[in-house]
Every structure is written in structure tokens, then in C-alpha cells.
Design a protein around this ligand. Structure first.
Ligand code: GRF
Length: 223
């Protein structure tokens, strides 16, 4: 068991991605303490999940204040909690350039599509409407552009003709719950090195045999 790092999660919604990190940390599959969850949505179920696991959780109201002020409050909480890594897990707000620069290399995000395809808030629906046969999910370091920073892991997921948006989104989500904790653990193990647009993942233990083989999912190197 290595030293644990402090993780802070930004989430706006249901928080199943957050839950995947909490579960992996409680099972000691990843060496982290989830110490704070911050939301821009008062009703985010993610906050309730945090509460249930005795994790400090805060709603920081974005309304009526400038983005700068809103982020200052978030930044203060992250600093006070000595956060080593911030995870965007369904955080639906664009972060400012200065915030992203400050936390560069310690700020990751998960997106429900194979970037650079289908950026934005409806990656699953957009992929379905476009008619792609394969989509998936991506973890990446954040940079100043939305859904753009250096890619860490990807997993490809098949699209079936019977799929509606919900079915597809749920199938992708199940895979998100594997690649997100895995990405966090790669960070913990200091195996991620950003070189320009690319992330070099140094060799080490793989997670590929941790789960039952699913012929419909293809994991990128590093998983
Ligand atoms: C996930 O699909 C994530 O990729 C996207 O928002 C969704 C969050 O889901 N950014 P949840 O709130 O973690 O259940």
C-alpha cells in the first residue's frame, strides 16, 4: 500500500462517476482519500453520495457572482483540503483559463465519447445521432479548451441499432466506472507524463485482467 493522495471531485449531477472513485478507494483498489466534493448544483445527487460516505461536500452557488469569484471559492476549498488531484466527474461548467493553468497536470476529466469526436454536453446522444458504430469514453488532463487536453485512457464501446440514448449512455457509463478509477490510480502511481499533446504512461501493473472480458469493449493501452 502506497501513501494516499487527496482527491477533490467536481460534480454537477448524479455522481455515479464519483461513486466509482469512492468505491475503489474504500476497497483500496486505488490509493486515494476522496476528501471533498464540490458542486455547482444544489440538488446534485453527487452531494448526497458524498454525505453518505462522510466526505466534506459543498454547493458553491454560481448564480449572481462572476466566474472568477465562483472559482475563487472552489480553489480556496481545494487548497484548504490539500488536494493533490481534482477530478471533473460530470461537472457541467467550463473552468476558466487561469483555474485550469493553476491546476495543470493535476486536473482530469472524463468524457462520454471518444475524443476528439463529440465534445460537449451530449457526447452520447450526438454519437448516436451521427450514426457512428463505435463510441466510448475518454479520460484526459484538462486544458484551456473544452474536452481537449492530453488524453490518458480511452475505451471503445459498440453502438447497437436497438440503442436509444439512455441505453447507450448507460453502457458507456459502466465503462467510465472502470477507466476513471484506473486513471486516478495511474496518477497516484506517478505513471503519467504529459509531453505536449501526449500522455506517456510508464509500464506497470495493468487492470485488464481485473474484470471479466467483455468482447464489446476495447480498452486503450495503459488500462
Ligand atoms: C458522465 O457520462 C461523464 O462522462 C459526463 O457526465 C456524466 C456524469 O455522470 N461528463 P454521473 O453524474 O457521474 O453519473
Amino acid at each position: 500500500m502506497r501513501d494516499k493522495i487527496n482527491v477533490g471531485v467536481l460534480a454537477s449531477g448524479t455522481g455515479t462517476d464519483l461513486q466509482s472513485i469512492i468505491d475503489a478507494s474504500e476497497k483500496e483498489i486505488i490509493d486515494v482519500n476522496v476528501v471533498i466534493v464540490i458542486s455547482d448544483n444544489k440538488n446534485a445527487f453527487a452531494l448526497k453520495r458524498a454525505e453518505k460516505h462522510n466526505i466534506n461536500n459543498y454547493f458553491i452557488n454560481p448564480r449572481g457572482i462572476k466566474q472568477e469569484k465562483h472559482e475563487e471559492k472552489i480553489d480556496k476549498l481545494l487548497e484548504e483540503n490539500k488536494i493533490d488531484l481534482i477530478v471533473g466527474a460530470g461537472y457541467m461548467r467550463i473552468l476558466s483559463d487561469s483555474f485550469v493553468r493553476k491546476w495543470h497536470g493535476r486536473l482530469i476529466n472524463i468524457h462520454p465519447a471518444l475524443l476528439p469526436s463529440f465534445k460537449g454536453t451530449n457526447g452520447q446522444g450526438d454519437a448516436l445521432d451521427y450514426g457512428v458504430r463505435i463510441t466510448g469514453c475518454t479520460t484526459h488532463f484538462m486544458d484551456e479548451e473544452m474536452d481537449h487536453g492530453p488524453i490518458i485512457l480511452q475505451a471503445a464501446v459498440k453502438v447497437y441499432k436497438k440503442d436509444d440514448r439512455n441505453e447507450l449512455a448507460n453502457r458507456i457509463l459502466k465503462v467510465e466506472h472502470k477507466i476513471l478509477p484506473r486513471t486516478v490510480q495511474l496518477f497516484v502511481e506517478k505513471r503519467l507524463k504529459i509531453i505536449g499533446r501526449k500522455v506517456i504512461i510508464s509500464p506497470g501493473e495493468s487492470w485488464i485482467n481485473k474484470f471479466e472480458y467483455d468482447p464489446d469493449v476495447l480498452y486503450s493501452e495503459g488500462f
